[in-house]
Design a protein around this ligand. Structure first.
Ligand code: SAH
Length: 265
């Protein structure tokens, strides 16, 4: 790792699926080439950060660019690969602007998987997965993650119940019925090995039959987010934020800020 590669603050970050290694040359697609050349107005030699979950983050430079094309050359590694928290968000799809917001924020809050579930009162009939994945990628680029959350195909409520991996803890945000304060549940569980998930209902809330089914799950806890009815996006973000504050990366600091290495040192 060169000193420059590790410490320099580089404004432009790109997620690239290609393998990243010293001297790799990578051609960008039309959309990203256009973005670098015509929107950011970068030119040959400009530094970029490129990253993916396999190879971590690397310093790269623009090697050449023209109308609709751009090639990069990878120089040196800035950070080795590192996984995010093992935290999933299960959510009933909501209307487009709020869904875009939810995906962006859940990515910033370190979710490793985003799972849409169609519940009885979900009032959105279909979602555009490509759009959600693009939102997640942009958010990951902006917030300096090294991974993208996996945005899964949507499933029905019944399929979700049938296929859930039983060793994973599920925090169900329940707007009605008996529930424990989320902070109590998150702080009170001392099993450090299991993965976790947060689940939020749609704007119309859960159906009573769904709440009954969810209450039967041995791996799930019904949690309360307080006395107010929150919008679905607010509820999801509060639950994820609460989990991160109690169980998440308490030590980490953003990479390259205040002279640290992002490791909490
Ligand atoms: N229309 C419903 C509210 C739905 S709020 C009603 O009037 O009762 C959307 C989702 O946000 C809910 O399904 C639940 O998952 C979550 N939520 C909102 N407020 C909550 C609270 N105070 N505690 C726990 N979950 C909440």
């Amino acid at each position: 790792m060169t000193a420059q590669g590790a410490s320099q603050k580089i404004a432009t970050r790109l997620y690239l699926a290609e393998r990243l290694f010293a001297e790799a040359t990578i051609g960008l697609d039309h959309g990203r080439s256009h973005f670098l050349r015509s929107v950011l107005r970068l030119s040959r030699g400009a530094p970029l950060s490129v990253f993916n979950e396999q190879d971590g983050e690397w310093l790269a430079r623009i090697d050449g660019l023209g109308k609709g094309w751009c090639s990069l050359i990878v120089e040196s590694q800035r950070r080795p690969p590192a996984p995010e928290s093992d935290l999933w968000l299960v959510f009933a799809p909501i209307k487009r602007a709020r869904l875009d917001f939810l995906i962006e924020k859940a990515t910033e809050l370190g979710c490793s998987r985003l799972q849409p579930v169609f519940t009885r009162h979900t009032d959105v009939s279909r979602i555009n997965l490509e759009r959600l994945r693009a939102n997640a990628r942009e958010a990951a680029e902006q917030c300096e993650r090294l991974t993208l959350p996996e945005v899964c195909e949507s499933v029905s409520f019944d399929a979700f119940l049938a296929d859930w991996p039983r060793e994973r803890r599920l925090l169900i945000c329940a707007e009605s019925g008996p529930a424990t304060a989320i902070a109590e549940v998150v702080a009170g569980d001392d099993d450090l090995s299991c993965g976790w998930a947060v689940m939020c209902g749609p704007e119309g809330g859960y159906a009573e039959s769904e709440l009954d089914a969810l209450r039967q799950l041995p791996f799930a806890r019904m949690v309360s987010l307080g006395p107010r009815i929150l919008r679905a996006d607010t509820a999801a973000l509060m639950a994820l934020g609460c989990w991160q504050a109690w169980r998440g990366e308490r030590q980490g600091r953003p990479f390259g800020r205040t002279g640290n290495s992002g490791s909490g040192a």
